[in-house]
Every structure is written in C-alpha cells, then in structure tokens.
Design a protein around this ligand. Structure first.
Ligand code: GRF
Length: 195
C-alpha cells in the first residue's frame, strides 16, 4: 500500500507526535512518519521518535544566523528524507514565507483552540477568562500568518464551572490526540488519490 511520507516538526513533549506514531502503526493507515525534526535539543519527542525507530534530528534555530537559513536547513533535511507532507506537532516556531511557500498546502498544524478564536498562546486561559462554554482544538493548514490557514477538523470540549487551566488543557489534549490522526488520515487519503 502506498503511504504518504510524513515529516513532523516538534519543540517539546511530543504527545501529539506519539498519537501520530501510534496511528501510523496501523498497516491500513495511509501515512508513515519518515523523519522527525526538533528545533529544541531538550524536546522529549526526539526520544519518542527514537523509541519508534524513526529517523530524527535536532536542528536548533540558535545555530543559525537568520530565520531563512534555519528554514532552509529544515527544508533540506525533509527533502533529503523524501518527506512529502509536514505535520507541526507542538512546534513553537514561526517559519518564513520561503519555507511555507515551498510546502504550499503540504503543512498542517494542531492548535489548542476552536479557531479562529484564540490564535497564539495561552488559549485555555483566554477561553476561561472570556466565559466561553465551549473550547477545543483545530487542525488547520499552515499559512504565513500565525494559526490562520483553512480549518480541516475541530473537536470540542465543554468548559466546566470552576475548570482550572490545567484541567481544561488536559481534556483538550485528549481530544487533540484523537483529532490529529483523524485529520491526517483524511488529508493523506485525499493526496494519495491525486497521485
Ligand atoms: C498541545 O496543546 C499542542 O496543541 C500545543 O502544545 C501542546 C503540547 O503538545 N501547540 P505536544 O505534547 O508537544 O504534542
């Protein structure tokens, strides 16, 4: 079975990466992770990739003089590994138009809010402060503007009375781990159908 070759970009714990790794373990899943890159040497997600025997690399933005040379290094590494599609999974770095344009409609991200609400950081706190009844997560295409691309899928959770940020974040994360593999499956199938 032809599978779409996925590169994953991470910055931290990589629990969403783990959800994708687990989904890709299913022989019928239409994608396979072929390369994981972290922009942060401490990212635990690198250990997750190693445990799954997936090729991985740390490319730290601190080692590059400017944004574009960092982006070029990431681009080169993914192309070298035959990556066809990129998933950001807790990746906390804004990439240049150079990179985004080279991967037009080939990068998706998971964001912990019901976009277009709460782009950027502290989404759970902001949803609680606003008195929202519903919160959740979104998988969307990546564009140059932060958290701005077309939405592919969303999952909702209720905000409960007296919810703390940590409690709410935990419930949203459970949904992220379900939603991200579903969205990737949907997109990968669609792309493979056009090849
Ligand atoms: C998740 O809420 C993700 O959406 C956000 O960072 C959190 C941790 O992600 N951007 P992970 O455990 O590194 O996947």
């Amino acid at each position: 079975m032809r599978k779409l070759k996925i590169g994953v970009l991470i910055s931290g714990s990589g629990s969403n990466l783990q959800a994708l790794i687990d989904a890709c373990d299913n022989p019928n899943f239409p994608a396979i992770i072929t390369h994981v890159i972290a922009n942060n040497a401490d990212a635990y997600g690198i250990t997750r990739a190693e445990n799954a025997r997936i090729s991985s690399k740390i490319i730290s933005h601190n080692d590059y003089q400017d944004r574009q040379s960092f982006d070029m290094a990431i681009d080169k590494s993914f192309r070298h590994m035959g990556v066809e599609f990129i998933c950001y999974a807790g990746f906390m770095r804004i990439m240049t138009a150079y990179f985004i344009d080279r991967w037009q409609d080939r990068i998706i991200n998971i964001h912990p809010s019901l976009l277009p609400k709460y782009k950027g950081l502290n989404t759970h706190q902001r949803a609680i402060d606003a008195g929202d009844k519903k919160h959740g997560c979104s998988v969307h295409y990546v564009r140059v503007k932060l958290d701005d691309g077309p939405i592919i899928m969303q999952a909702q959770v209720d905000i409960l009375k007296d919810d703390t940020v940590a409690e709410l974040a935990t419930r949203v994360l459970v949904q992220e781990h379900i939603l991200y593999p579903q969205a990737l499956k949907f997109i990968a199938k669609k792309i493979l159908d056009t090849l």
